[in-house]
Design a protein around this ligand. Structure first.
Ligand code: GAR
Length: 203
């Protein structure tokens, strides 16, 4: 049986996706070992969730570093110590730079609350509501140097609740929680090594 990939989850906020992914891994429903949370916001609620789950926390403020390269080098040292193999972005509100992109080529995944390429960047749900679209959704994709531009792994549509941000957000989160775990499981499950090879070849 293949060994479980060691994973760090990057998050800047509440961490509901972190929670669902970590719970799935603990329950044996996701073939992964969640070994760290990396956050740029030491006060974020995801830190509390990580502590409760017994997951290591790497909390570094970008403003404490002279450059983005220095910031990511510091993260990279921690990831190496923990022997992290994959990075999973779940509400991490920063562009990944060259340092981490090079160290984890084709091993970084992100979730975004829209049907990319529509509404990339910040506040995708607000953008969808402002445009008056009837359907938005969720995308899981590999991360490249662009803003939400990497190769798409999975997508699911979500109907907008017109003029109601809270309910639309609620629907999106519910879909995210299911889709992210399912997509990661397809990526990592031992029997999927052949298809993972195929995915990587396409990149
Ligand atoms: C999620 O909706 C995720 O798609 C979004 O942040 C939220 C984090 O929620 N990410 C982005 O907008 C990235 N561009 P969570 O902290 O409860 O997991």
């Amino acid at each position: 049986m293949n060994s479980k990939p060691k994973v760090a989850i990057f998050a800047s906020g509440s961490g509901s996706n972190f929670q669902v992914i970590t719970d799935a891994a603990s329950a044996g429903e996701l073939h992964a070992d969640i070994v760290a949370v990396v956050t740029d916001k030491p006060q974020a609620f995801v830190v509390e969730r990580a502590k409760t789950a017994g997951v290591a926390v790497v909390a570094l403020r970008p403003s404490d570093f002279a450059s983005k390269v220095d910031y990511e080098e510091a993260i990279l040292q921690e990831l190496k110590q923990l022997e992290v193999e994959w990075l999973v972005l779940a509400g991490y509100m920063r562009l990944i730079g060259d340092t981490l992109l090079t160290a984890y080529a084709n091993r970084i995944v992100n979730i975004h609350p829209s049907l990319l390429p529509s509404f990339p960047g910040k506040d995708a749900i607000g953008q969808a509501l402002a445009h008056g679209v009837k359907v938005t959704g969720v995308t899981v994709h590999y991360v490249d140097a662009g803003m939400d531009t990497g190769p798409i792994l999975s997508q699911q549509a979500v109907e907008v609740v017109e003029g109601n941000r809270e309910q639309t957000e609620h629907r999106i989160h519910a879909v995210e929680h299911e889709l992210y775990t399912k997509t990661l499981q397809q990526l990592w499950m031992p029997t999927a090594s052949a298809s993972q090879g195929r995915l990587n070849k396409k990149l």
